[in-house]
Design a protein around this ligand. Structure first.
Ligand SMILES: Cc1ncc(COP(=O)(O)O)c(C=O)c1O
Length: 464
């Protein structure tokens, strides 16, 4: 069956055309398709679906099969960095599909592989000199874990509360965003030690102690975890989101980074940055580690590097992490599909020739003025955190106790959706992830809708 609703002219990106709602979602066609899906799909999939079915996308507009047009601040879970439907990214991929179809790039190399690896290394921190290929972010993390363990001969890996690394058995257990993601799996995939992330809004620690590392999280690791429980000689390294994304845009304080780098150096631990979501410009620099000048031993990429056109993942490594052995099998058949390499090369061209990062910084500045004032206006907004096009609103039942307010967040997200704003409410915060090229005026529209939604919910609950 071919899609029916995507008719008429091209989807308009005019500021008054996005969003535009014809019916409250789900409209009749969406309802029918979702009911059919509920009858035939795994219920865990259908339970998480938005209440509409997508017909087509362009830029930051998503049209459903009932003709509703939404303003998209999810951006394919940050996998569509430059807006949807860009011919300059799609055409090179289509050409390579015609020329190659797929080839298993672990056996037969395409002529796109060398240029893509070289261009990734050219924009990555100088510590990174080698590349391994992956299909997506999850696979990149799986590979990085194998390499860390092989390169050091040690098995334990330190990871952080609040972080998300994927949903395969190993990445789900490496992550610790919500306990249900790893439920039933931890005993199958041991070897991860979780410690608090340096989360300024919800830190379990006070200030760094006098004479300590300069950071309270690292003081705790040194004074408690490594003193009482963990022999550092058993630890291969640390995997960290440089800024936590899905878990609510948690931005470590500046003192954290030198203290972590020093701890790794002292014990010979490898530092692996998970830049699957924060990489490719999302936080205002090409990679989030650049905000602190950190040179990791490994860096995992995914999502945005395929330009929102094709799946692609990569692990970049230092000589120590990746250079000295060749006996760890990695990857899978579709990794670095030639068409995906072409989309990635075109995406890198766009970053090189267009003012993408400038626009991210303009959106960041505007968001600080608009989203940033929500805590003053609404006591239910406990915190707003912004780094480039990573934006999170944390709802609380009580400002003092910071008790989370998931029902309120859900109610606000529903009101936003009815008004045509799409953002991510699947986590403990309401996350807005605009396309990196979205105009500031569209962000203004999104924030105005969010404010209307909060007011609508508060009007229903006068006690707050
Ligand atoms: C930080 C981070 N790492 C890894 C992954 C896994 O990437 P993927 O789901 O594209 O395989 C994600 C996905 O959201 C992520 O946000």
């Amino acid at each position: 069956m071919t899609p029916t609703a995507a008719k008429g002219g091209e989807l308009s990106l005019d500021i008054d055309a996005v969003p535009s709602m014809r019916t409250p979602p789900p409209g009749p066609r969406s309802r029918e398709l979702l009911e059919r899906m509920r009858a035939s799909f795994y219920p865990g999939l259908t339970a998480g679906l938005a209440p509409f079915v997508v017909a087509r996308k362009r830029g930051w507009a998503v049209e459903d099969v009932d003709g509703n047009v939404y303003l998209d601040l999810i951006s394919g879970s940050a996998s569509v960095p430059l807006g949807a439907g860009r011919d300059d990214l799609i055409e090179p991929a289509v050409e390579m599909l015609r020329r190659y179809g797929n080839e298993d790039s672990h056996g037969l190399a395409s002529e796109l592989m060398a240029p893509l690896a070289e261009r990734l290394l050219a924009i990555a921190p100088p510590s990174l000199t080698r590349v391994d290929i992956a299909l997506n972010g999850t696979e990149a993390i799986e590979i990085a874990l194998k390499l860390m363990r092989r390169a050091t001969g040690r098995q334990l890996v330190i990871a952080f509360f609040g972080s998300y690394h994927g949903e395969s058995t190993m990445t789900a257990t490496l992550g610790a965003e919500r306990q249900d993601i790893s439920s039933g799996l931890r005993q199958l995939s041991p070897g991860f030690v979780h410690v608090p992330y340096p989360n300024p809004y919800r830190s379990p620690f006070g200030d760094p102690r006098p004479g300590g590392s300069g950071d309270a999280t690292i003081d705790d690791l040194r004074d408690h975890v490594l003193f009482h429980a963990l022999d550092p000689r058993d630890v291969a390294g640390v995997v960290i989101e440089p800024i936590i994304g899905s878990g609510g845009v948690q931005i470590p304080p500046d003192g954290f980074w030198p203290a972590l780098v020093e701890l790794c150096r002292e014990h010979g631990w490898l530092l692996c940055a998970d830049e699957v979501k924060s990489g490719m410009g999302r936080t205002g620099t090409m990679f989030a580690v650049e905000h602190w000048g950190v040179e990791p031993d490994l860096m995992c990429l995914g999502k945005g590097i395929g330009g929102g056109v094709m799946p692609l993942g990569a692990v970049l490594g230092s000589e120590r992490a990746m250079g000295g052995y060749d006996d760890v099998p990695t990857g899978s058949t579709w990794a670095w599909l030639p068409a995906a390499c072409a989309a990635a090369l075109a995406t890198l061209d766009a970053f090189e020739h267009e003012p993408v990062l400038e626009n991210v910084r303009a959106l960041d500045a505007r968001a600080r003025e608009t989203l940033g004032r929500l805590p003053e206006r609404y006591p239910v907004v406990g915190d707003v955190r912004i780094k480039g096009c990573y934006m999170a609103v944390e709802f609380v039942a009580d400002r003092e106790t910071k008790q989370r307010a998931p029902e309120l967040q859900e109610a606000v997200a529903d009101e936003c959706l009815r008004r045509g704003l799409l953002a991510d409410s699947s986590t403990a915060t309401y996350n807005l992830q605009p396309s990196l090229v979205m105009p500031v005026a569209a962000l203004d529209r999104a924030v105005a809708i969010l404010e209307q939604a909060i007011e609508a919910v508060l009007a229903r609950e006068p006690a707050r």
